[in-house]
Design a protein around this ligand. Structure first.
Ligand code: FAD
Length: 432
């Protein structure tokens, strides 16, 4: 009997080390794929921000175009729609007599609601195969159950480093050409998604281009071609330029780069070029990424609540004028302003910048942190639900920071922007 598998792509937009694809190719004689630009992702949220602004939308468009070409070469057609997955996936299953649906397992409320509805709309006889594929350490391999994930990162990291190992990379084999069909759907433009066109700001920290090929190229450049990886720990708190940090986050966020791929590449680099504190620190940061995913797995929708995972009540402010000043880079703090302008004009901000502007928002101005997080969600090119909400909780005193610190923004500026290079770049009014 001919078996047809459908891979429903969401935040796993790659062909390398992609478990759903590997399984689908192994278990079926024909594989097809679908991606939906979900219209709800381009609407306004409850705070009035468009959920996905032009920066991430453009990156996503480029990612899907690349994926479609790559899948074509594997004889897997990728059908692309601007529509609800609940409708499209269910239709494909019915029309194409799909026997199994493969997808990455998600657990955050909005994603689960959608996948549950899709599942309800398809026949019980169709196999539903969901797999965790976004982690560095697979949930089955960590030395603790989800309810025992520690509150403190260091405890989590040390246990994982000691007792867990990272899985090897999975490779997909090409499907037979005779099963090839042509996809007649087109990847949308920003305009199709109701968004304005995008012109890259010349001051950008990185000229991001979406798609697995660009992600893998960045990995190649950052490690092998420039060997900046050897200096990562010394430069990672930088603010200006392409190479102070890896910029992997944008590709990691939509799954066009696998964290395991980065890990194995770093290990190879360590054996062939150099093994030092910097190469270790890259993995260390990827473990932070995993930690926030596990925190969200453990605490569910509490990560979106004002009291956070600590159930801590503070007297939060929601003054619209003060929030708008923060967004527009018009606060009393030039360092905050420079960072906020960078975000507004490029969809990017360094880690050092994010920590400062978030601390200033939630701790100094005591504004409802969820509004700051929602603004980041709208603008960031690398928005990732777990990293964004996990970090905002952390900085706002309702998450995993055991020390509950408030950043001294002026001191931070003196330390990390010694010659005002970054602030001058963004605050010189002649540039506007
Ligand atoms: P590098 O310094 O090169 O680090 C390598 C990788 O490690 C990153 O790509 C990222 O995957 C991971 N990493 C590094 N720092 C962190 C961290 N603090 N938390 C989780 N993972 C980390 N990161 C996102 O990917 N998406 C978000 O939506 C996001 N929102 C944030 C919001 C706030 C308030 C803060 C303080 C941090 C946020 N971060 C987020 C984490 C961090 O700022 C970015 O991952 C990092 O700046 C991305 O740049 P890079 O890839 O050059 O990082």
């Amino acid at each position: 009997m001919t078996k047809t598998g459908l891979v429903w792509f969401r935040n796993d937009l790659r062909i390398h080390d992609q478990i759903s694809l590997v399984k689908a190719a192994k278990e079926n004689s024909f594989v097809m794929a679908v991606y939906c630009f979900d219209p709800r992702h381009f609407e306004k949220d409850c705070f009035g921000f468009i959920k996905t602004e032009k920066y991430r939308a453009q990156f996503l468009i480029e990612t899907i175009s690349t994926l479609q070409q790559e899948l074509d070469e594997l004889n897997i057609p990728l059908f692309v729609h601007i529509d609800l997955p609940e409708k499209i996936v269910a239709e494909y299953v019915k029309i194409h007599n799909i026997t199994s649906v493969y997808l990455q397992k998600e657990w955050t409320s909005e994603e689960v609601k959608v996948s549950n509805t899709v599942k309800q709309r398809i026949a019980d006889t169709v196999n539903w195969i969901e797999t965790y594929d976004q982690f560095l350490f697979h949930p089955e391999d960590i030395p603790m159950t989800i309810d025992k994930i520690p509150q403190v990162f260091t405890v989590f990291r040390k246990k994982c480093e000691k007792y867990a190992s990272i899985r090897k990379l999975e490779t997909i084999s090409k499907m037979p050409e005779k099963n090839r069909v042509t996809h007649l759907t087109k990847v949308p433009t920003l305009q199709d998604l109701g968004l304005p066109s995008l012109q890259q700001d010349t001051r950008t920290a990185f000229p991001f281009k979406g798609g697995e090929k660009s992600g893998l190229q960045r990995l190649q450049d950052y490690a092998w071609n420039t060997q900046k990886l050897s200096y990562y720990k010394k430069t990672r708190n930088g603010l200006v330029g392409t190479d102070y940090s890896s910029k992997f986050s944008a590709w990691l966020a939509n799954g066009s780069l696998s964290p395991r791929m980065i890990y194995h590449e770093v290990k190879k680099y360590e054996s062939e070029i150099i093994k030092n504190q910097s190469t270790y620190w890259m993995i260390f940061e990827l473990i932070w990424r995993d930690f926030f995913k596990y925190i969200s797995l453990k605490h569910g929708s509490n990560i979106f609540k004002l009291e956070g995972i600590l159930h801590q009540t503070y007297d939060w402010n929601t003054d619209e004028t003060i929030i708008q000043q923060w967004i527009d880079g018009k606060t009393a703090q030039p360092f905050v302003n420079a960072n906020m302008l960078e975000l507004k004009h490029t969809g990017w901000m360094s880690n050092r910048g994010r920590q400062n502007v978030a601390s200033y928002f939630a701790k100094t101005l005591q504004l409802d942190w969820r509004i700051g997080a929602a603004y980041f969600e709208s603008l960031l090119i690398d928005y990732d639900v777990h990293s964004n909400y996990g970090n905002w909780l952390y900085v706002s005193g309702v998450g995993n920071d055991p020390r509950n610190r408030t950043f001294n923004v002026q001191l931070q500026a003196k330390r990390y922007d010694v010659n005002n290079k970054f602030q001058n770049l963004w605050l010189q009014t002649s540039l506007f």
